[in-house]
Ligand binder design. Structure first.
Ligand code: ADP
Length: 189
């Protein structure tokens, strides 16, 4: 099972991504988690990343690719798939991901797009503001704007390629998971 998660901040991409990975027995590769881990370990790279994360700005594409590419290929080859959570996030990254997919014969089969109204997203982000330094209201709003500008265009990009699965993510976690599994189970068979 090779899946890309596509969703605005607060839609539940991480939660649902983990559940999909568990159900189909493939690694959950979260670019945000990878970056936060570098920051927590205070590596040189982490120091470079922390500014982008704290501001809610996108990490430059070359840095993203250098941290994500090998993990994707290894996951596909050794575990038979992946759930990509947070990557790709720009059209340039989507093209790079497509290139990696073609090269290693591990292209994504489905892009799970979690759709939810802005007021639901802002409510959820405000609710977790104590856990993450980038979830304060101002930064959360900025991340939503960055999403709208840079990431939202991927919805049309993947729809045009026939692999977009649009899911209503405003409901309870289990209901959303159920809808995702119903679609992915059909793809897997
Ligand atoms: P969320 O889905 O709530 O926005 P993530 O954990 O996916 O949270 O991402 C957190 C932050 O990490 C982003 O705001 C951004 O700064 C950075 N980031 C994660 N993935 C990417 C990516 N593919 N390209 C650029 N920046 C990224």
């Amino acid at each position: 099972m090779r899946v890309i998660m596509l969703a605005p901040p607060g839609a539940g991409k991480g939660t649902q991504g983990e559940r999909i990975a568990a159900r189909y027995g493939v690694p959950h590769i979260s670019s945000g988690d990878i970056f936060r881990d570098e920051v927590a370990r205070q590596t040189p790279l982490g120091k470079e990343l922390s500014g982008y994360l704290d501001r809610g700005d996108l990490v430059p594409d070359d840095l993203v690719l250098s941290l994500v590419k090998d993990r994707v290929v290894t996951a596909a080859e050794q575990s038979g798939g992946y759930v990509l959570d947070g990557f790709p996030r720009t059209l340039e990254q989507a093209e790079a991901a497509a290139g990696i997919g073609r090269e290693a014969n591990v292209s994504a089969q489905a892009v799970v797009y979690l759709d939810a109204p802005a007021d639901v997203l802002i409510g959820r982000l405000a609710g977790r503001g104590e856990d993450r330094t980038d979830d304060s209201e101002a930064v959360a709003r900025h991340r939503l704007a960055v999403y709208a500008e840079h990431t939202q265009p991927l919805v049309d990009y993947y729809a045009a390629r026939g692999i977009l699965v649009k899911i209503d993510a405003a409901g309870p976690i289990d209901v959303v998971s159920g809808e995702i599994f119903a679609v992915l189970d059909r793809i897997k068979r």
